[in-house]
Design a protein around this ligand. Structure first.
Ligand SMILES: [Zn+2]
Length: 235
């Protein structure tokens, strides 16, 4: 009975809606990035130099700047204290690339400042993994065994994933704020150029908002499925 319900699951529309929101945010981000990836800083200053300048200005000497392959796979690794710039940014002088690189510096600044939401996010990574690995199997078991308790447990486990996305959002927005502040204080860009960086970073933040929205829609789906298990039991 439970399996048949899942095969004809109307709540799947929530997953499709979440995917659509994420795709739109990602496409908009790529379009805005490509616009500002064609506008360059005068001179030969590139993203790598900018990261060096920002870290030096903040007296951060223990963060290495690395190069990773890929397109926009830039990230700061707090465990190894490595700021990894991707092929699309590493030696680029474009406003978009420098904005993305400065955002990663923003994470290094958060780490150096002991910014607590970053610490909380680091701590919640394994918990979020548990949430994404076990929520569906537990919920499905609840459906198959017609057990509302198990199905509800699956929903609660998924809350770990929602919590991780919730803490990610302020961490990302704060890193972008720190990036803009550092670029301004280091006199790396004019206000016009900074306006371009702000647009790129706003579009990037929207992809995290979209990810959160998609996760909340998934939560709603899990809740609806779990509620239907309880409903059958009551009948
Ligand atoms: Zn970030």
């Amino acid at each position: 009975m439970g399996l048949i319900y899942l095969l004809y699951d109307p709540t799947y529309v929530l997953v499709l809606l979440g995917a659509l929101i994420s795709i739109i945010a990602s496409v908009v981000m790529k379009i805005i990035f490509s616009i500002y990836n064609k506008q360059f800083l005068p001179g030969s200053t590139n993203a790598y130099d900018v990261c060096n300048a920002i870290l030096r200005d903040a007296y951060i000497n223990d963060v290495a700047i690395g190069h990773v392959h890929g397109n926009l796979s830039d990230h700061y690794n707090p465990t190894t204290k490595t700021l990894n710039l991707s092929d699309s940014t590493y030696r680029s002088s474009s406003i978009a690339a420098i904005g993305v690189a400065a955002h990663e510096c923003g994470h290094a600044l958060q780490h150096a400042d002991n910014y607590w939401p970053l610490k909380l996010r680091m701590l919640s990574v394994p918990v979020a993994n548990i949430g994404s690995w076990f929520s569906w199997p537990v919920l499905l078991l609840g459906v198959l065994l017609d057990s509302p308790t198990l199905a509800t447990a699956g929903v609660y486990i998924f809350l770990f994933v929602v919590g991780f996305q919730l803490i990610t959002l302020p961490v990302e927005i704060n890193a972008s704020r720190r990036a803009v502040k550092a670029l301004r204080e280091n006199c790396i860009m004019t206000e016009d150029e900074l306006a371009g960086v702000k647009k790129v970073l706003f579009a990037a933040a929207m992809t995290y908002v979209a990810a959160l929205a998609a996760t909340i829609l998934q939560l709603l789906r899990l809740m609806l499925i779990a509620a239907s298990v309880g409903g059958r039991r009551r009948r």
